[in-house]
Write a protein that binds this ligand. Sequence first.
Ligand SMILES: Cc1ncc(COP(=O)(O)O)c(C=O)c1O
Length: 440
Amino acid sequence: MSAAAEQFDAYWMPFTANRAFKKQPRVVTGASGHHYTTDDGRKLYDFFSGLWTSGVGHCHPKIVEAVQQQVATLDYAITFQVSNTRSAELARRVIDIAPEGFTQCFFTNSGSESVDSALKIALAYHRARGEGHRTRLIGRERGYHGVNFGGMSVGGMVPNRKAFSANLIPGVDHLRATMDLKFTAFSDGQPEWGGHLAEDLERLAALHDGSNIAAVIVEPVAGSTGVLPPPVGYLQRLREICDKHGILLIFDEVITAFGRLGKSFAADYFEVQPDIITTAKGLTNGVIPMGAVLVREHVYDAFMQGPENMIELFHGYTYSGHPVAAAAGIATMDVYRDEGIFEQSAELAKPFAEMLHSFDDHDKVIDVRNCGLMGAIELAPREGAPGARGMEMHKRCFWEEDLMIRNGMDIISFSPFLNSKLSDWEQSFAKFRRLLDSIE
Ligand SMILES: Cc1ncc(COP(=O)(O)O)c(C=O)c1O
């Protein structure tokens, strides 16, 4: 075993082929701006901005400074029945840029926790209003809502569910995924085909009776499954059907919130107002783990009943509203505002789409998809070896082209920085093409 490999001996890595990784570890030791440094001293362009997290770049000096100051001032404070001003300030800042009607921000530590918190809030909301019969939850095939039991159950990525099949939470149905390459391949932005798939919700409401359904959760643009923008009219139609049946609509914006589509939230980009929004990642630019659930006034109000000295929602985490995470979040909001990050992101969407779609004609490519600064190139799988070509692209980009990209099977996803330089994209796509031309 090499020295580098030995270092990883005790580390069970998340969502990683551990044995293959430990034979030849891919290791970063530093980051600055739009680049990583590797353990062998190379500078890698990060075409995934962390893990959809770090939109303004790595180690932004303002965020670093805020965290350093906060950790030396109030490192932690009890979060139940006592609070700190940092979390209250961040809640205010997030609500200030949230879609109209959102008034409350509940903190978590990750996207998965945001999702499970949102599902619990939805169920408890109906109960508080005397509609405790609304227990059913609806997700979507190919959806990703994190790895906790609620999110995994409403999620629709098969390998994540397979080993836990018998223990998924009951009372969950799934809408169909919105992609069919026969009709949607090479769409630039939202596909024209697929709006009709929102009628799946009407069908499920007919099957169960809409009065038994608590909430529908979807990613406005499905991210982890390989970037599936919603078909034209789809999200609007989901909203209409939810309204008709009194169902809460949850947008899982763990990826799409904070500028990825050139607006604060995808809800604004698509002009559809959900009842609950889940976030994480861009909330702190990935610097300290933190997530948040945003709710509209009517949701919060439903809980604010009964004696004032009673806890209204028996839910929360030791680190809900952690002061250091909140300080990172406030500094991140400052950077978003002061550097016009969402505006930069909006302007970059068109050149990004053009560069991505320059791969439409490549003989190893079966689809190219994009929305805002989310993009994917789907490669044709190798005969009898699905995923092999995508993984080889990831590894060889890392080793040979000094480029960080991410693959899910044969889908290569791109999550560029919200303040990217076009020249970096040009160089990186040229490297990607060189490799794609040459691999088997
Ligand atoms: C839409 C969505 N929801 C939830 C999650 C889970 O977030 P975390 O990994 O922070 O738990 C993710 C992570 O990628 C996500 O994309």
